[in-house]
Design a protein around this ligand. Structure first.
Ligand SMILES: *Cc1c(COP(=O)(O)O)cnc(C)c1O
Length: 381
């Protein structure tokens, strides 16, 4: 089945009791049983819920995976993966990670004796020097936030093959429409469902997808034991959102390309970070592992001025100044003072995260209106 057909149909069947075409919201905490040892596959809703089950099947199908597990947030999903590890285990990950993942690894899990190596993963050769027999997990994220760096998933998988190391990929920025890490050899795909999968800025949720049955059993055990599960109402909203994922992504990519090109030719704009440009350092890898280049991009102002960047963000009318991404509406964000404010200035500037860096999550509005809004706002700074 092709992607768009799966987005509409996978995991969803008419309700057996009424024929309802939409999966009902099973708003219940428990299920009545016939006898103590006999139930219809549902005992208590932390363990399983029919609305959630439909969604898990849908997301698994979109990633071409066998099993899906949903969590109450993207961080809840990441948390479950790290809980597969034991004290003394080591993790190799990127120095250019989603801030919340970095914070969890550093401030929650290091004190449990898990060691994290934060390295530049845009060059796969950097993995070998930190690899050792305690390495148990490779945690990748690509494209990265906000500089749109690209990590070669297949090359990373190749480097750790046969070493009993789990490879997990945070696929939030690409969405399953653009990139399928399991097909490139990864063991686990993680999503902040909050973003493109939900797509309407109305739900916080996370998901993991995998093919290995043992991994599925272990992660399900953690899900049920630790309890970071989403509710049925949110599961329904995401099931509904997914039905248009392919249509939304097509428009996100179309608009993203137009805006990247517009900004690149604007006299007040410095650098534009978008993996679709031929001069992006890992453009060839992006082209190889992604179907298109998505709706996320960042840019700087030519004279890198914090006041001008602030003014621009105040002057836009259609773009909303907000954190998050992947929704139908276009958002503008200032990493230096918002999402990445906790990183010391020298540190962030060294990594390219300068004062005037502005991140856009391009929505699905009409491109003419988005371009006109940027044009009028850039004209005022
Ligand atoms: C938002 C985000 C997360 C965290 O997901 P939540 O749903 O907010 O918990 C993780 N990774 C990336 C890349 C994200 O953008």
């Amino acid at each position: 089945m092709k992607f768009g057909t799966k987005a509409v149909h996978a995991g969803v069947e008419p309700d057996p009791s009424t024929g309802a075409i939409m999966t009902p919201i099973y708003q219940t905490s428990t299920y009545v049983q016939e006898s103590p040892a006999k139930h219809k596959g549902y005992a208590y809703a932390r363990g399983a819920n029919p609305t959630r089950n439909s969604l898990q099947k849908s997301i698994a199908a979109l990633e071409n995976g066998k099993f899906g597990i949903c969590f109450s947030s993207g961080m809840g999903a990441t948390d479950a993966v790290i809980k597969l590890l034991n004290p003394g285990d080591e993790v190799i990950t990127s120095n250019d990670l989603y801030g919340g993942s970095y914070r969890m690894f550093k401030r929650v899990f290091e004190k449990y004796g898990i060691k994290f190596h934060f390295i530049d993963l845009t060059k796969t050769s950097n993995i070998e020097p930190v690899l050792n027999n305690k390495t148990k997990l490779l945690w990748l994220e690509t494209p990265t936030n906000p500089l749109m760096n690209i990590v070669d998933i297949a090359a990373c998988v190749d480097l750790v093959k046969g070493k009993n190391i789990t490879v997990a990929v945070d696929n939030t920025f690409a969405s399953p429409y653009l990139q399928n890490p399991l097909a490139l050899g990864a063991d686990i795909v993680m999503h902040s469902v909050t973003k493109y999968l939900g797509g309407h800025s109305d739900v916080i949720m996370g998901a993991l997808v995998m093919n290995d049955e043992k991994l599925y059993q272990d992660l399900s055990f953690i899900m049920n034991s630790c309890g970071a599960v989403p509710g049925p109402q949110d599961s329904f909203l995401v099931l509904r959102g997914i039905k248009t994922l392919h249509l939304r992504m097509e428009r996100h990519c179309f608009n993203g390309r137009k805006i990247a090109e517009y900004l690149k030719s604007h006299p007040k704009v410095g650098r534009v970070y978008w993996p679709g440009f031929a001069d992006h350092p890992n453009h060839a890898i992006a082209k190889k592992q992604m179907k298109d280049f998505g709706g996320m991009l960042s840019f700087t102002l030519k004279d890198d001025n914090m006041e001008k960047a602030t003014l621009l963000m105040e002057r836009v009318e259609l773009f909303s100044l907000a954190e998050s991404l992947g929704g139908v509406e276009s958002l503008i964000n200032h990493p230096a003072s918002m999402t990445h404010a906790s990183i010391p200035k020298e540190e962030r500037v060294k990594n390219g995260l300068v004062d005037s860096l502005i991140r856009l999550s391009i929505g699905v509005e009409d491109i003419e209106d988005l371009l006109q809004d940027l044009e009028q706002a850039l004209g005022k700074v």
